[in-house]
Every structure is written in structure tokens, then in C-alpha cells.
Design a protein around this ligand. Structure first.
Ligand code: BTN
Length: 231
């Protein structure tokens, strides 16, 4: 195992923390609370004390192959952990985890010149009320009445993240593993890309990790960057 762990009571964001520290491959930081938790596409990530798992990992060196597929691979890593608690969890491209039509976990990958930071948030103890004001329907393990142990989730997460990092390094991560747990595939989806919206059929995920969508008879390949997908 190559991970080194740092526990913090409070931090602005575990991703920001890893940007400030000296480079260290395999450094993992976990916080009880974030005062400036960040989501994808410039959104906030609700990060109250003890109510979620807020964790970030640092990796280097980073090849194009690792960076481009990392959000999918680490999505599968988180899914595997949650599936040990309940089989109903599924993925939504590019890297959200859902149950019962509600989001429970998200991943924020950030690629810098010398490091890749993978931030993972999992809602643990939030009540339905606390999550009701969020833009996307959201839930937590508590709200779904799924029993869990926070430390064991973190332990399993570290193992899975190490495992998928090794797979990425060996170019052995197969996007099919993501695809088969992603019910968007084969369905009509609505895509929001930089303020433009269009509908299409999600055909699959290509070897670069792009979502392949058929729009009015034409094939479009979507990069995860600033795209949001709805069923
Ligand atoms: C998303 O789905 O929008 C991504 C959410 C990522 C949240 C995690 S919590 C730990 C890490 N630190 C942050 O500020 N964000 C990520």
C-alpha cells in the first residue's frame, strides 16, 4: 500500500489543501469539515462537520491516459465501496454515484502540471431536510437507511483507489466496467454543455472516456469538463 494519510478537523477544501502542500505521490487527506467544499462546474459541495466523507488523493507522475480516464476509474472505485453496503448504487457519467434517482457521491478531479488531485465526497449522515435545498436531488446513507461504518468506508476506499490507480497505470482499466454500471447508456438524455442544451441517445463510452451521444443522426463525443446529463 502506498497511501499516506493526513486527518484534519477543518479545512477550506481537501483538494485545495493538496494544491498547497509539497508534492507527494499517494498522499491522502481526510477532513471532518470543509468550509469551502467544491463541486464540479463551480458549484459548492455541502461539507458539514461529521456528516460526510470528504477526502482527496494526490498522484504523480500523470500520463494522459491516467488523467483522461481517472474520473471514470475512480467513480468505479467509489461505486465498489458503496456496493459493499447496498447493491442498488449506480454510476452517472462522468463520475456521480446515485441510488433511487438521487445523488449520494461526487468526484472532483483536478489536473495540475505536476499532480492529479482526486476529491471524493460521500454523503453519510445528512437528513433529507438538510439536502432538500440542493439543485440536484441528493441523499445520504442515513437518509436511505443504509447502515455503515465511516472508518471501514475510508479503509475500503483507499484500497479501491490504489487498485484503480494501478490499473490506470498499466493501461488496464476498461471503460466497460463503468458502462455496465451506468444506466444512462442506451437511453435518451438531455445534455447541457456551456449553456447550450440538446437531446440525444447515449450510445456508450469510448476508450478516451467520452460519452458518445447520437444527436439528430450525428455522433458527438462529450468530454466530462462542463457537461451535465439528465435522463
Ligand atoms: C461533484 O459531484 O460536484 C464533485 C464533488 C466533490 C466533493 C469532494 S469533497 C472532498 C473534495 N474537496 C472538495 O472541495 N471537493 C471534493
Amino acid at each position: 500500500r502506498f497511501m499516506k494519510l493526513i486527518f484534519l478537523e477543518e479545512v477550506d477544501s481537501t483538494n485545495e489543501y493538496l494544491k498547497r502542500v509539497e508534492f507527494c505521490h499517494g498522499l491522502c487527506v481526510v477532513a471532518e469539515k470543509q468550509t469551502g467544499g467544491k463541486g464540479r462546474r463551480g458549484k459548492k459541495w455541502i461539507s458539514e462537520k461529521g456528516k460526510g466523507l470528504y477526502v482527496s488523493f494526490m498522484f504523480s507522475p500523470i500520463s494522459y491516459q491516467i488523467a483522461s480516464l481517472s474520473s471514470l476509474a475512480f467513480g468505479v472505485a467509489v461505486l465498489n465501496v458503496l456496493k459493499t453496503l447496498d447493491k442498488r448504487f449506480y454510476l452517472k457519467w462522468p463520475n456521480d454515484i446515485y441510488i433511487n434517482g438521487k445523488k449520494i457521491s461526487g468526484i472532483l478531479p483536478e489536473l495540475l502540471s505536476d499532480r492529479l488531485i482526486i476529491g471524493i465526497g460521500i454523503n453519510l449522515n445528512y437528513t433529507r431536510d438538510e439536502l432538500s435545498s440542493l439543485e440536484v436531488p441528493a441523499t445520504s446513507l442515513f437518509a436511505e437507511k443504509i447502515p455503515f461504518d465511516k472508518h471501514s468506508i475510508l479503509d475500503k476506499l483507499i484500497l479501491e483507489v490504489e487498485n484503480y490507480y494501478e490499473l490506470l497505470k498499466k493501461k488496464a482499466f476498461n471503460v466497460k466496467e463503468f458502462e455496465k454500471n451506468c444506466p444512462l447508456i442506451g437511453k435518451e438524455v438531455s445534455v447541457i454543455e456551456e449553456h447550450k442544451q440538446f437531446n440525444g441517445i447515449a450510445l456508450g463510452i469510448d476508450t478516451n472516456g467520452c460519452l458518445v451521444v447520437e444527436v439528430e443522426g450525428k455522433i458527438r463525443r462529450l468530454f466530462s469538463g462542463n457537461v451535465s446529463i439528465r435522463l
